[in-house]
Ligand binder design. Sequence first.
Ligand code: PGA
Length: 249
Amino acid sequence: MNNSGEPETIVGEAEYLMIRLADEIVGGILEHAAAGRTYVLGLATGSTPLPLYAELVRRHRNEGLSFQNVVTFNLDEYEHLKPDDPMSYHAFMRKELFDHVDIKLELTFIPPAFYEDELSAAQAYERTITQYGGIDLQIVGIGSNGHIGFNEPGSEQTTRTRRVELTEATRRAAAKGFGGLENVPTHAMTMGVETIMEARRIILLATGAHKAAIVQKAMSGNISSTVPATFLQDHSSAAWYLDTSAAGR
Ligand code: PGA
């Protein structure tokens, strides 16, 4: 909620939303660069943010936008996919953004897909976020079941980065890309709800009519782990960027 008690909602055509969101991100990058500080950006994968990444790449190429002071933390990663596996989120981020801008790759963090000890791996990710001073702006998508990151229904407000089991609904949504449900990983490592909520600003991005029902639930339903995105209602600086289809309800 913002000061007026209403959730901050930006509705428009997808192209307008992406430009507006890119403006906000670029504003943050430039402001921090001018102050000699790093800007810590939380990133999401999936199809929704693709046009945003394309716009950021365009601004780097055509407008000289630099990512030299940018540190990134991704929300999640599938278990046991190698970084060069095209379905991994490591590969996704390189293909859609990192390989096309001047970001320092060693400052791009993604939860690990491989670990000996899941607890220490999760804690190490959290520690790295803390080391860089926390997340300035976190972008999140929303699953049709209300997940944020891979915080599936049932994920409580107090959850931190951890290994999770993916729901059937989430695995089905990913099945096409993996060439069949049987190829979709069963587990992932995700930032927790509380980890996400600690970001100083959160932007939930949703596009398409298939997201309208869950967006309505997330924005105005009872706050509960049944729909983890409802927790964003409690954030002091969360904004909902919706295209006209996703805002349809
Ligand atoms: P999508 O995924 O952007 O591919 O719809 C969003 C999500 O599941 O969080």
